[in-house]
Design a binder for this molecule. Structure first.
Ligand code: COA
Length: 133
């Protein structure tokens, strides 16, 4: 898929990125597009999009300390571009660009990460409400 280009996320990619999230039912990314823009463009994070002939086909966002630890915030490839190696490219390029030795991931896409050979570790998602009291 040489024609799919990876680019740094910019405002012109926002509506395409939101379309991908919408198709996946990711409401936290669709309910407030300006919040999503601020999140994806936030300084200190690395967000790349895969672009197929002007259409956003996928995206990845990493948070990294630049040297050791990186954390995956989002990885999404549109249904019609799946199985073409786009996610592998997005992850590889994002880690190279952000810096870091490894990526920690919380995900429901277990079979994908197992297929890539990722180590399995327990993970948690803590919300604000968990920290009250
Ligand atoms: C999971 C997802 C990101 C994979 O993206 P993709 O671009 O299709 O993945 P790739 O084509 O780069 O796949 C890389 C390898 O993993 C395999 N693979 C892809 N999806 C897989 C899955 N769900 N289960 C097992 N293996 C999978 C591919 O066959 C490929 O194998 P190969 O390199 O040995 O040929 C994509 O299906 C997706 O966006 N799903 C919905 C959102 C989601 O679950 N995101 C992850 C949240 S953190």
């Amino acid at each position: 898929v040489a024609e799919i280009e990876l680019e740094a996320f910019e405002r012109r990619h926002l509506s395409g990125a939101i379309d991908l999230c919408d198709a996946e039912g990711w409401e936290t990314y669709t309910e407030d597009p300006e919040r999503t823009y601020r999140a994806l463009a936030s300084p200190g994070s690395t967000t790349l999009v895969a672009v197929d002939d002007g259409t956003v086909a996928g995206m990845v966002q990493l948070q990294s300390d630049g040297e050791i630890q990186a954390h995956l915030s989002a990885l999404l490839v549109g249904e019609r571009w799946r199985g073409l190696g786009v996610s592998r490219r997005l992850l590889r390029e994002a880690l190279a660009s952000a810096g870091g030795m490894r990526i920690d991931i919380i995900s429901t896409a277990e079979s994908f990460y197992e297929h890539l050979g990722a180590d399995r570790r327990p993970g948690f998602r803590l919300r604000e409400a968990n920290l009250e009291g």
